[in-house]
Design a protein around this ligand. Sequence first.
Ligand code: FES
Ligand SMILES: [Fe+2]
Length: 363
Amino acid sequence: MPAEAYTSDRVFAWEQERFWRRDWVCLGRVDRLAAPGEQAGLDVAGAGVLAVRDATGALRTFRNACRHRGHELVGRGCTVRRSTIWCAYHAWVYRLDGSLRHAPRFDPPPDADLDLLPVRSAQWRGWLFVDLSGDAPPLAEVVGDLDAVLAPYRPETLRVVATQAYDVAANWKLVVENYLECYHCPSTHPELSRVQRTDGGESFRATGAWLGGHLDLRNSAATMSLDGAGPDWTFPDLDEDAVRQVRYHLLPPGLLVTATPDHLVTHRLVPLAADRTRVECEWLFAAELVDAGTDPGYAVSFWHTTNQQDWAACESVQRGVSGGGYRPGPLAPQEDLLHTFLARLAEAYRGAGPTGTDPGPVR
Ligand code: FES
Ligand SMILES: [Fe+2]
């Protein structure tokens, strides 16, 4: 890709519109809002989304803007628990299903439909997704057979045991590209390379929009940890290949799911600017392991180390492609998934046309 793909504010704005406001975007785990009345102010490509656990236990999503004059109902990044949705500006009150309950000093009450505007949402294996456009293909179609691939890990039953957010000074696509190849592993990740083979893996033949592949653990390692030791437990439904593999999956545009024999690690990308990406990393363990008192520190320290090495590499690439004069080189055979990602991206860019007009979804 030319440098502008990673540095241009105009390209970034186009991608926000084309990918992040028109595709299913993951907003994290559904159990983050567990109790009725819990409400979170979230952000999707600059648009505010309000997620609410209603009185029946259903998770609802709305535009995070009051129908009076647009004040946010819950501040971005904040979580509250209330029996109603309440606007702090002029105190309009909405029920948890988004319907307007009270507008102070309106007598009679306003007769227009002033319920909160819903945002299309869907859940998949414990994650919440929204589609701001309302026009994306069904989430199940986008997920395709990733659902079956991840089924043995039963992600919907897992518990988040650790989270870590990173502010990465690199374009979001550099984070994705870095994730899609292990060509960099021998030189960038000495710890990872001691426990996992860095070649000889295979890519999945995916249906749906996802991309992924797997690599084998080294014989001396039980899992992805600094010393290769693990909890002496594996997900019960894994086949004999999976118990010796680390599997990497990208669900575009920004959810990375890494599956090891005993835990999952996810990275949720939030593009902030052409050269800035927030990455939210979560470690997911089986309830059985958590209840047995297993310390997730082995996985947390391992992936935190690996994350920092990856972000340093991505930030270095961002600096390298900035400032003019960069010319991209050839991809190595091990970078086949990266090639697929870039080819799809190029197709989407081409669909934008020379004037930046976009004729519609490109898949
Ligand atoms: S903007 Fe919410 S009550 Fe006025
Ligand atoms: Fe890496």
